[in-house]
Design a binder for this molecule. Structure first.
Ligand code: ASP
Length: 408
């Protein structure tokens, strides 16, 4: 009998994980949960283990090779333009959906007072957040590597890549070292992916089996609106943009991207998924390693369409709960802060919840209201992380297409 392909195995595992997690939800399943936790955490640990060396080597070699071909300028501008455009579209979709469907209508903040009392918000204003964000970009690279601080690693690796090019041919061994480091990391990712079906099944089993459903009923409409619109962005908007910019068929893309999308869904972490995202981009979609090496790690920290959409929709939802009508000006402030919040949110589970506080405060909404959203956050994080990761892969395809066009 022929063994199903890894893609199929991952898909079956995801469905199995959700199904058995749902079955286990009502009962006591200590041993199964223990095992699921063990396997799921092991899978994430393995991904994280290769992620830092991979990101570092990928960016250094990416920059060095791009500079050699005089392409860095185009790559950088196209990447940032693409990230900004898709994030704005996501924010507008989130706001529009909240206006159209009014998920907060009929609900009041007082209904959630119990949840809100237990929550202490950490005050974080926009200027504070901005200072913190800027402050975190440049730091001792060894500290950043040890802490797994992706933003700082990206910044240092970019500087090193540029230095290598500026030094011209003087340090060929260094460049070769990083290139080989990337190759070796990709080799290890291949091994880790054999564990992916088990890891993904275990993570989803645990997620579904341990969900606290008490607040779900009152928040069902909000969950449906957010999930529906995030899917709309991921299944329609982004693939259509891909088609318009590159002529690539959406179905082809979704097939090649499946491993990364399911891993993002199960881990809720763009960072942990990054090795798989790189693998899908370079091996399945044939994006040049120097382009994927630049766009994907940068995107994992900065390009979060799903998070932006969620935060915009959630801000309006909270305003509806509080019975506040946000003016057009206030909604523009929400747009802007949401973009910054999504850019600044690290690619880890529930990061969007933390930066959400800033969005709420920017228009004077009660930050404690995120206590209402916390219980459902892990569920919503699945889809939004998958869309975040999808945006990074589409970004690398768009950038590659533009480079190819210019080379013709
Ligand atoms: N979990 C998301 C990610 O890793 C970030 C978020 O919480 O929105 O992309």
């Amino acid at each position: 009998m022929k063994f199903p392909s890894l893609n199929v195995q991952i898909f079956i595992a995801a469905i199995g994980g959700v199904f058995f997690g749902w079955l286990a939800h009502t009962g006591e399943h200590g041993v199964a949960l223990y095992a699921a936790n063990l396997v799921g955490t092991l899978f994430i640990d393995l991904l994280k283990m290769v992620m830092i060396p991979l990101v570092f080597c990928a960016i250094v070699t990416g920059i060095a090779n791009l500079r050699q071909h005089r392409q860095i300028d185009v790559v950088w501008k196209t990447t940032l333009l693409f990230f900004a455009t898709t994030t704005i579209i996501a924010v507008v979709i989130g706001l529009t959906a909240s206006h159209l469907f009014k998920p907060g209508a009929g609900l009041h903040l007082e209904m959630f007072s119990h949840a809100m009392q237990q929550f202490e918000s950490r005050q974080m204003s926009l200027p504070e957040f901005f200072t913190q964000f800027l402050h975190g970009i440049f730091m001792n690279p060894f500290k950043a590597l040890a802490e797994g601080n992706i933003l700082a690693i990206v910044a240092y690796a970019m500087c090193l890549g540029i230095a290598l090019v500026m030094a011209s041919e003087r340090y060929p061994q260094w460049l070769a070292l990083f290139e080989e480091g990337m190759g070796l990391s990709m080799q290890m990712i291949g091994w880790i992916m054999r564990l992916a079906p088990w890891g993904i099944a275990a993570l989803l089993f645990k997620l579904v089996a341990t969900q606290d459903v008490s607040l779900f009923a009152s928040l069902t409409k909000f969950m449906l609106v957010v999930t529906g619109t995030t899917l709309f962005h991921g299944v329609i908007v982004l693939p259509v943009l891909l088609f318009l910019f590159t002529g690539k068929h959406p179905v082809w893309f979704l097939r090649q991207a499946r491993e990364a999308l399911v891993t993002a869904f199960a881990t809720s972490s763009s960072n942990a998924t990054m090795p798989v995202t790189m693998r899908c981009a370079t091996q399945n979609m044939h994006v040049k390693p120097e382009i994927a090496g630049f766009v994907v790690p940068l995107g994992a920290t900065m390009n979060m369409d799903g998070t932006a959409l969620y935060e915009a929709a959630a801000a309006l939802f909270v305003a509806q709960l509080a019975g506040i009508d946000l003016s057009l000006g206030q909604q523009l402030v929400v747009c802007l802060t949401t973009m910054i919040a999504a850019m600044g949110a690290p690619g880890i589970p529930s990061a969007g919840m933390v930066t959400m506080v800033m969005v709420l405060q920017s228009v004077g909404l009660p930050a404690e209201a995120i206590a209402i959203l916390l219980p459902i956050d892990r569920l919503l994080d699945t889809v939004r992380t998958a869309v975040n990761v999808e945006g990074d892969m589409i970004g690398s395809l768009v950038v590659q297409h533009r480079i190819e066009k210019l080379a013709q």
